[in-house]
Write a protein that binds this ligand. Structure first.
Ligand code: GRF
Length: 191
């Protein structure tokens, strides 16, 4: 099964998926990494796996529909079947939602519906909750609002800092995301 991974930043979740594929834990391939921030660290990580990167400046297009039309063309040409968002800091518009109906997935670092949007780890930390976690969900037009596929929890201990909470969350993400993708592809579940 051919995947595209969309990322804007570090790409550690991209790397977790790519490693699971390399290790034979996930029967899939990543055809393309799509990055809306040229120069982001994910580009280097993709290069290390020999995976092509499509980087673009959203601002050099007149509209989201314009750049999504371009991306959709590239995805279709590459035969991509699923889009996995991994730290892609942008809402998906109607063009891609229609082109990949029920086949766009995101990972978010909180137990949704708590703490959607930016800095979910900081939000949970500031709120003083004892339990937070990670959610993998289908993507719709909203911000972290699509149907939940799977979640796992992370406990916030008395002496945790925001930084080490971030590390705990990421460690869970890197296990959960490849595992969820694996079952999605096996069961060929759609939204
Ligand atoms: C992850 O915490 C993910 O849940 C969120 O953005 C972060 C991306 O991290 N959507 P990375 O770029 O995969 O390291």
């Amino acid at each position: 099964t051919k995947l595209a991974v969309f990322a804007s930043g570090s790409g550690s979740n991209f790397e977790a998926i790519a490693s699971a594929i390399e290790n034979g834990e996930l029967d899939a391939s990543i055809s393309l990494v799509v990055c809306d921030r040229p120069g982001a660290k994910v580009e280097k990580r993709a290069e290390a796996f020999g995976i092509p990167v499509l980087s673009f400046y959203p601002k050099s297009y007149e509209s989201k529909a314009d750049f999504e039309t371009f991306i959709l063309q590239q995805l279709n040409e590459a035969g991509v079947e699923w889009i996995m968002l991994a730290g892609y800091m942008r809402l998906i518009g109607p063009t891609l939602l229609q082109g990949f109906e029920g086949r766009i997935v995101n990972i978010h670092p909180s137990l949704l519906p708590s703490f959607p949007g930016k800095d979910a780890i900081g939000q949970a930390f500031e709120a003083g909750v004892k339990l937070t976690g990670v959610t993998v969900h289908f993507v719709d037009e909203g911000m972290d609002t699509g149907k939940i596929i799977e979640q796992d929890y992370v406990r916030i201990d008395e002496n945790d800092t925001k930084e080490n909470l971030g590390r705990k969350i990421q460690a869970v993400e890197h296990v959960l995301y490849p595992a969820v993708i694996r079952s999605l592809l096996q069961e060929n579940i759609k939204r």
